[in-house]
Design a protein around this ligand. Structure first.
Ligand code: ZN
Length: 497
C-alpha cells in the first residue's frame, strides 16, 4: 500500500489487454480486489520567464475588435455543435463515466485497507480463471446435459461440490435439491392451451415476432426426427414424435443454495440459471455459460461479509428446455408466505456469445412489472421496466465492463423468468443475443444466437470475455437491487476464517 501524502486521483482503468492478475491490486482479502489504478498528478513544470512582447504586438483597438468579432461564430456555432456531439457520444458510449465523489471516497477507503466499507463493486472480484475452469468441467468434460441423462446428473454433482466448498450444507438446509418429474403428455396439453390463449391475447404481428425469438419449446428437443422444422413454431406433430422417440416421463432435480441474512422475514432474491441442454449439444452458451456465471456469482457474494439485507437463493434449475419445469417446480414448493417474500429474480441464460462475427446484443429482458397497485405485462412495443431491470441498468451505467451498450429492457419470456413472471415476481434474464441487421427497429431485431440448440454450441466457438462481463453485471445488478431493498439494520455477517 502506498502511504505518501501526495494527493492522488483514482482512475478506473480495467485495461482489458492486461492479464487479470495485473489488473488487480490485492488489499489483504481475496474477495476485495479492485482494479482502481491510481496515478500521481504530473509534477508541475518549472515556470519559465515569458518571452518579452515584441514591439510589433502592441495593443490596438482594431485587433481587439477583430478578435472579439471572431469569438461570435465560435460561441454561436462551434460550441453548441461540440456540446451536442459530446452528449450524442456519451449516449452511445456510456462506459466509464467520470467517477463520482462517492466512488472516489470508496476507492480511497478500499485501498487504505477498509474493504468491508465497499458496497459498490463486488463485481470486480469475479475471477475469469474460475469461470474458465467451470466451463472446462461443465462443457469440455461433461458435455450434453439433457434431462435425465448422465450429463444431467454429473453437472448437478459438480454444482453441489462447488457449493459445498462455499460451506453451503445439506445438514443445515442451506443446500438442497428439488426433484421433479416431467410428464411430456401433460406438458403437451399445457403448451397447447397456452399457445391458444396467447394467440388470442396478443396482436398477431407482435406474437409472430415473439415466436421468432423464442427460446424454449417443444421443437427444442434436438434429434427429434423433424429437425428442419422451425424450432419455435408450435406443431402438434412434434409432440407425437417426441413421445414416440423418447420417454414420456423424465426425472430430474434442481439445486438450491440459500445465503441467509440477519434481517427477520427478509425479502428473497433468486439468482438462477438452467443446468440442462437440449438433446444433442454441448450447450456451451446455452447454458453452460449461465451455470458458470451463477457459480461465480455465488462465490463472490458468499465470500462477502456484507449482510445484503435480503436472502439470496442461488437456483440451478433443470428441465428448462422442456418447458421451464425446474423453475415452475421451485415455485410450486413455496408456501404462500414464502412466495410473497420473493422480491426479485435475476436469471442468467446464454451468458456468453459466440465468436462468429455476428453483431451481439448484451441484453436484459423482462416480461412484466409490479406497479405498486398491481402487476402488468409488457409488450414488444413497450417492454416493462421493473425493479430488477432498473437495477441492472443502473449497475451498467456505473460500470459497463467494456460493453458499449446494454439493450434493456427487451421483451422476452421464453426462459426461466416466465414462471416467475406468471407468479407476479419482478424478473429479468441477462443474456447475450444477436442482432439481425435485416430488421431495422431496435427491440425487434434482437434474436436468439444462431448456434443455440445446435452442435456448434461448443466451448471452442464461445467467447470467454462475454461470459466474464455477464458474471460482473449479475453481481453488480444484485448489489444495486439489494441496496434499494435493504432495511436499516444492516450489519456484517460473521467473520471469515
Ligand atoms: Zn437456455
Amino acid at each position: 500500500m502506498q502511504t505518501s501524502s501526495t494527493k492522488r486521483i483514482y482512475k478506473h482503468n480495467p485495461e482489458p489487454e492486461k492479464t487479470f492478475a495485473e489488473q488487480f491490486e490485492t488489499v489483504g482479502d481475496d474477495y476485495y480486489e479492485y482494479n482502481w489504478d491510481y496515478y500521481e498528478p504530473p509534477a508541475e513544470e518549472p515556470s519559465r520567464p515569458r518571452p518579452r512582447a515584441q514591439s510589433g504586438s502592441r495593443f490596438s483597438w482594431g485587433r481587439f475588435i477583430a478578435a472579439f468579432l471572431l469569438t461570435i461564430p465560435i460561441l454561436t456555432l462551434i460550441v453548441p455543435a461540440g456540446w451536442m456531439h459530446y452528449h450524442a457520444y456519451m449516449r452511445e458510449h456510456r462506459h466509464f463515466p467520470p467517477l463520482s465523489d462517492e466512488m472516489q471516497a470508496v476507492c480511497t477507503r478500499v485501498l487504505n485497507g477498509a474493504p468491508e466499507e465497499l458496497e459498490v463493486s463486488l463485481s470486480n472480484a469475479v475471477q475469469p480463471q474460475r469461470l474458465q475452469q467451470d466451463m472446462q468441467r461443465i462443457v469440455g468434460e461433461i458435455g450434453n446435459r439433457f434431462v435425465a441423462s448422465d450429463g444431467d446428473e454429473a453437472v448437478r454433482e459438480y454444482v453441489l461440490q462447488q457449493l459445498a466448498a462455499l460451506e453451503y450444507s445439506e445438514q443445515d438446509g442451506s443446500l438442497y435439491t428439488l426433484p421433479f418429474t416431467i410428464d411430456i403428455e401433460a406438458t403437451r396439453e399445457r403448451w397447447v392451451k397456452k399457445e391458444k390463449d396467447e394467440e388470442e391475447e396478443e396482436d398477431s404481428e407482435w406474437s409472430s415476432l415473439e415466436r421468432s425469438s423464442d427460446h424454449a419449446g417443444p421443437g427444442d428437443v434436438e434429434g427429434a426426427p423433424d429437425e428442419t422444422q422451425d424450432e419455435d413454431e408450435f406443431d402438434e406433430d412434434d409432440y407425437e414424435l417426441i413421445i414416440e422417440t423418447y420417454h414420456i416421463y423424465y426425472d430430474s432435480e434442481s439445486v438450491v443454495a440459500v445465503r441467509p441474512t440477519k434481517v427477520q422475514n427478509p425479502g428473497i432474491v433468486v439468482i438462477s440459471a438452467h443446468l440442462d441442454t437440449v438433446y444433442d449439444t454441448d450447450g456451451a452458451i446455452d447454458n453452460g455459460s449461465g451455470v458458470a456465471a451463477l457459480l461465480e456469482t455465488a462465490r463472490v457474494l458468499s465470500a462477502s461479509r456484507q449482510d445484503f439485507g435480503v436472502e439470496i437463493r442461488f437456483c440451478f434449475f433443470s428441465g428448462e428446455e422442456l418447458g421451464m419445469h425446474g423453475a415452475s417446480n421451485y415455485l410450486d414448493t413455496l408456501s404462500e408466505e414464502e412466495r410473497a417474500r420473493h422480491i426479485g429474480m435475476i436469471n442468467i441464460d446464454m451468458a456468453a456469445c459466440s465468436n462468429n462475427g455476428i453483431p451481439k446484443a448484451f441484453s436484459v429482458s423482462t416480461y412484466g412489472r409490479n406497479t405498486g397497485s398491481g402487476y402488468e405485462t409488457g409488450s414488444f412495443a413497450h417492454p416493462a421496466n421493473n425493479a430488477v431491470s432498473s437495477a441492472a441498468i443502473e449497475a451498467f451505467s456505473i460500470n459497463s465492463f467494456g460493453v458499449p451498450r446494454l439493450y434493456a429492457p427487451i421483451h422476452w419470456e421464453k426462459n426461466d423468468l416466465r414462471p416467475f413472471h406468471r407468479a407476479g415476481i419482478d424478473a429479468i434474464t441477462i443474456s447475450w443475443r444477436e442482432i439481425d441487421p435485416s430488421r431495422a427497429i431496435t427491440n425487434f431485431n434482437i434474436a436468439s444466437p444462431l448456434v443455440m440448440h445446435t452442435t456448434d454450441d461448443r466451448l471452442d466457438t464461445m467467447d470467454m470475455q462475454s461470459l466474464e462481463q455477464t458474471a460482473r453485471l449479475t453481481v453488480a445488478t444484485f448489489e444495486r437491487f439489494a441496496r434499494h431493498h435493504r432495511r436499516p439494520d444492516i450489519r456484517i455477517l460473521g467473520e471469515r476464517g
